[in-house]
Ligand binder design. Structure first.
Ligand SMILES: [Zn+2]
Length: 65
């Protein structure tokens, strides 16, 4: 399935720290969804973010209320 060859994730601009949704291509390129020119600030360097759903939340492990 061609639809399975790219994943949606989040990335952060290395210039302005803006975060937005991106596609991860089969070659591990990050392509901002809805834009082909990178970040709206004009930078093209993006660093991927780990989805928060996949990270243990320290506050969630606290059993004491
Ligand atoms: Zn930016």
């Amino acid at each position: 399935m061609a639809a399975e060859t790219r994943r949606k994730t989040a990335a952060r601009c290395t210039e302005c720290d803006r975060t937005f949704a991106v596609w991860v291509t089969p070659t591990d390129d990050l392509v901002p969804i809805g834009s082909v020119d990178g970040c709206p600030c004009g930078a093209s360097a993006l660093s991927p973010l780990v989805p928060s759903d996949d990270r243990p939340d320290p506050s969630a492990t606290t059993s004491v209320r």
